[in-house]
Design a protein around this ligand. Structure first.
Ligand SMILES: *[C@@H]1O[C@H](CO)[C@@H](O)[C@H](O)[C@H]1NC(C)=O
Ligand SMILES: *[C@@H]1O[C@H](CO)[C@@H](O)[C@H](O)[C@H]1NC(C)=O
Length: 255
């Protein structure tokens, strides 16, 4: 089980496996990360049958306050999932489709970051699960994968759209692939599998750096402002003292 570690929102919903589509009877884990350690985030969902309901209302098994597992997914579990605090703040939301189709498209639940690679997998419930597949975007054939996979090597905003795939066993439902601009990064992309030719990873990735900045800047500002206020107070106290000293001298002279 692998959850995407960094998220710049107060809370993010992590989904494992990272797939917008599931077969009937698949299981899926949902958990809320909590930037402020408040344990107040709960998994909620909105389905066409059940409306908006908390995990504790019975659609999943709560493994902790902020995590929920669906052991046997049904098509009625299809819907939008998110985390919500007691105060009503919402995390990112993800759309999950549970299908009776013989084929699903595995695409990431979260937006892909511009410039990153994304691999779409066409999975069948029968073995082998990686049959040759055609991939469609917004209804148009965009490629074929002999092993049921298609990789977009450098994603751009124009790759955003509704994707589905098809094997000789049938076609998958459609899922929306979102693309996020690099400078509005809310979460890192899934770590690509390292290849021998890949360059060494930078010590501090952009998302991580932004995370440090977002967390660090309020502290830094508070420290500076408190420092200035303190300095100002001391100065004023000093000049008061000096003034009083001068008055004493004047009074002495007067006496
Ligand atoms: C978060 O909460 C846990 C449990 O209450 C506590 O043990 C831990 O020290 C907290 N961490 C931070 C960074 O406050
Ligand atoms: C739940 O879904 C319905 C139908 O898609 C929509 O009209 C409604 O606004 C959603 N509610 C929330 C709280 O997202």
């Amino acid at each position: 089980m692998e959850f995407t570690p960094v998220c710049l929102l107060l809370s993010c919903l992590h989904v494992s496996p990272d797939s917008s589509q599931l077969f009937r009877y698949d299981s899926v884990s949902l958990s809320c990360s909590d930037r402020l350690n408040s344990t107040g985030w709960r998994v909620r969902r909105n389905t066409s049958d059940g409306g908006v309901r908390l995990c504790s209302s019975g659609w999943g098994v709560a493994s902790s306050v902020s995590a929920c597992t669906i052991r046997n997914a049904y098509p009625s579990d299809s819907g939008v999932y998110w985390c919500e605090s007691r105060e009503g703040e919402r995390s990112n939301s993800v759309s999950i489709t549970v299908t009776d189709h013989a084929v699903i498209l595995e695409s990431p639940v979260r937006p892909v970051i511009e410039g990153d690679a994304v691999t779409l997998r066409c999975q069948t419930q029968t073995t082998p699960s990686n049959l040759p597949a055609d991939f469609y975007k917004d209804g148009f054939l965009i490629g074929t994968g002999s092993a049921g996979e298609m990789t977009i090597h450098s994603v751009s905003k124009s790759d955003e759209g509704l994707y589905k795939c098809q094997t000789h066993l049938g076609e998958s439902p459609e899922s929306w692939l979102a693309v996020q601009t690099k400078f509005l990064v809310l979460s890192p992309s899934p770590t690509p599998t390292p290849t021998p030719t890949s360059s060494p990873a930078p010590l501090l990735s952009l998302p991580r750096l932004m995370c440090h900045l977002v967390v660090g800047i309020p502290y830094l500002l508070t420290t500076i402002i408190l420092g200035l206020i303190y300095r100002d107070k001391r100065k004023r106290a000093q000049s008061h003292a000096e003034q009083r000293g001068n008055n004493d001298v004047i009074m002495e002279i007067a006496i």
